[in-house]
Ligand binder design. Structure first.
Ligand SMILES: C[S@@+](CC[C@H](N)C(=O)[O-])C[C@H]1O[C@@H](n2cnc3c(N)ncnc32)[C@H](O)[C@@H]1O
Length: 267
C-alpha cells in the first residue's frame, strides 16, 4: 500500500528529476499525454499546465495514489483562464502500467520513478514506443542506486536470521538497467535517444530523514509484510544502520541518489 502523504514528505527532492526529465521533451503542442505510474498526481498536473491543449491521463496501480490524484484533478479542473486550472483536461485511472493499451497514438509518454517496481520492465519499452504518434516522445527515469547503503542495509536485514523467516517472500523494488541498454533497445526501434545519468546530492532536513525517505518507497513492501510491532522493530534496526551510513551534519543529512534518464523521440 502506498501512502501519498509519506511519499510527498520529500516532494521537492522527488520532483526535481521529473522536471529534469520532462525539460528534455521538445513537444510543442501535444494532444495526448500519458503519465504512467503517476503517483499522487501533482507532477502530472504540471504537464497539463505546460501543454494547454493536451488531454493528460495519469495511470497508477495504487488505489491510494489514484484517490489523491483524483482529488487534485477535481481541484485543478477550473477553466484554464482561472489561473492554474487545467480545464478538466486532467484525468486519473487506476490501472497497472503493464495493462495500458491506448486506443489511439500518444504524443508524449512520461514515466518517472516507476519502472523499478515493474519486473522485466525493458519488455514494456517496445510496446510504449509503438504507441507513440509520429513526432512523439517517450521519457522515463529509473533510480540506479542499488549499491548504496540505503539498499544494501535493507537487503542485509532481510537476509538476517531474525528477519528472513518473515520476509522471504517480499518483493523489493529493482533498479535501472545500464543506460546503454536503453539506448540500444530504443535506437534499434528507430527512435532518437537522449540518455544520461545524474547523482543528486539531496540535503535532507529533520530527524532520521533517510529512513523517512525510504518509508515512502523502498521500505514500504517490507513494513507492509510485518505486524505493527515487528515493523517498528525493523524500522529501528534500519534507522540505526543508515544513520551511521548517512551521518547528520550541522546543515542536514546528505543522501546521494543516482538516477538514469531516457528521452526518446520518434521522428
Ligand atoms: C516512486 S512513485 C513515483 C510517482 C510519480 N511518478 C512521481 O514521480 O512522483 C512510484 C509509483 O509507481 C506506481 N507503480 C508501481 N508499479 C506500478 C505498476 N505496475 N503499474 C502502475 N503503477 C505502478 C506506484 O503505485 C507509485 O505511485
Amino acid at each position: 500500500m502506498w501512502d501519498p502523504a509519506q511519499y510527498l514528505n520529500f516532494a521537492d527532492e522527488r520532483g526535481r528529476p521529473f522536471y529534469d526529465l520532462v525539460g528534455r521533451i521538445a513537444a510543442s503542442d501535444p494532444r495526448h499525454v500519458v503519465d504512467l505510474g503517476c503517483g499522487p498526481g501533482q507532477l502530472t498536473a504540471s504537464l497539463a499546465r505546460r501543454w494547454p491543449a493536451a488531454d493528460v491521463l495519469g495511470i497508477d496501480s495504487s488505489a491510494e495514489m489514484i484517490a489523491a490524484a483524483q482529488q487534485l484533478a477535481t481541484q485543478a479542473s477550473a477553466p484554464p483562464d482561472a489561473g492554474r486550472g487545467t480545464g478538466g483536461r486532467l484525468r486519473f485511472v487506476l490501472r497497472d502500467v503493464r495493462d495500458w493499451r491506448p486506443g489511439h497514438p500518444v504524443d508524449v509518454i512520461v514515466s518517472n520513478a516507476v519502472l523499478q517496481w515493474v519486473p522485466g520492465h525493458t519488455d514494456l519499452l517496445p510496446l510504449w514506443a509503438a504507441s507513440l504518434a509520429p513526432d512523439g516522445w517517450l521519457a522515463f527515469q529509473v533510480p540506479g542506486n542499488f549499491d548504496q547503503p540505503s539498499h544494501v542495509v535493507l537487503r542485509d536485514l532481510i537476509e538476517s536470521p531474525r528477519w528472513r523467516p518473515l520476509l522471504a517472500d517480499v518483493e523489493l523494488n529493482r533498479q535501472a538497467e545500464n543506460p546503454a541498454r536503453y539506448v540500444d533497445l530504443l535506437a534499434r526501434l528507430g527512435l532518437t535517444v537522449d540518455a544520461w545519468e545524474t547523482t543528486y546530492l539531496h540535503v535532507l532536513r529533520g530527524d532520521d530523514p533517510v529512513t523517512q525517505w525510504y518509508k515512502g518507497t523502498g521500505l514500504r513492501p517490507v513494513l507492509a509484510a510485518l505486524e505493527p510491532d515487528a515493523a517498528d522493530e525493523f524500522t529501528a534496526e534500519y534507522s540505526a544502520r543508515v544513520r551511521v551510513a548517512y551521518p547528520l551534519e550541522p546543515y542536514g543529512t546528505v543522501l546521494p541518489f543516482r538516477r538514469v534518464f531516457v528521452v526518446a523521440h520518434k521522428r
